[in-house]
Design a protein around this ligand. Structure first.
Ligand SMILES: [Fe+2]
Length: 181
């Protein structure tokens, strides 16, 4: 496959058990705006309720799907405790452009009693507060009303042409390498 034919990964879609509750969460805790919401069967080929939410000026970055014909059961708090079932997703991530913005979101999360299931944590093997893992980003993991795990982060490393990772402060991170350039 030629490189760069696909420009970027863009939206993510999660299945929710209660659309009203999830719209409220994504709007009031995380700052999404509602683009449009549609009922199941509004379009013949779409038997599910679809809700489109955005952070910027594109039509949607998040799609909530609700199937009125489905009986939903709770997700385990930790994805690694989901030991029986089809492959699911582990988490999706939302990026802040600065540490200040990330801290403001963290304050909002705490003020709304949103469950924090991991962090705050710095994913780094060399940072003084690092957890020994990868990417150099500072993150916190929360749960949405259905238990979907959401990572909120800032400062993910970039990859230099020689494969060395560069952190948000512009520092080339010692000991890092990239499998494929
Ligand atoms: Fe992640």
């Amino acid at each position: 496959m030629s490189r760069n034919l696909i420009a970027r990964m863009q939206h993510f879609s999660v299945e929710v058990s209660d659309t009203d509750r999830s719209i409220a969460f994504y709007r009031h805790v995380l700052g999404f705006r509602l683009t449009e919401r549609h009922a199941a069967h509004e379009v013949a080929a779409i038997p599910v309720e679809l809700t489109f939410l955005r952070l910027g000026d594109t039509h949607h970055e998040l799609v909530l799907v609700h199937n009125p014909a489905k009986t939903y059961r709770p997700r385990p708090t930790r994805p690694e405790d989901d030991l029986d079932g089809p492959p699911s997703f582990h988490h999706f991530a939302l990026e802040c452009d600065s540490e200040a913005n990330w801290r403001a979101v963290l304050e909002r999360v705490r003020a709304t009693d949103t469950p924090i299931v991991r962090g705050p944590v710095v994913h780094s093997a060399s940072h003084p507060r690092g957890d020994g893992s990868w990417g150099e980003n500072e993150a916190v993991y929360i749960l949405d009303p259905d238990g979907h795990r959401i990572e909120i982060f800032w400062g993910l490393a970039t990859i230099d042409p020689d494969g060395v990772h560069r952190d948000a402060a512009g520092r080339r991170v010692p000991g890092t390498a990239t499998a494929e350039l």
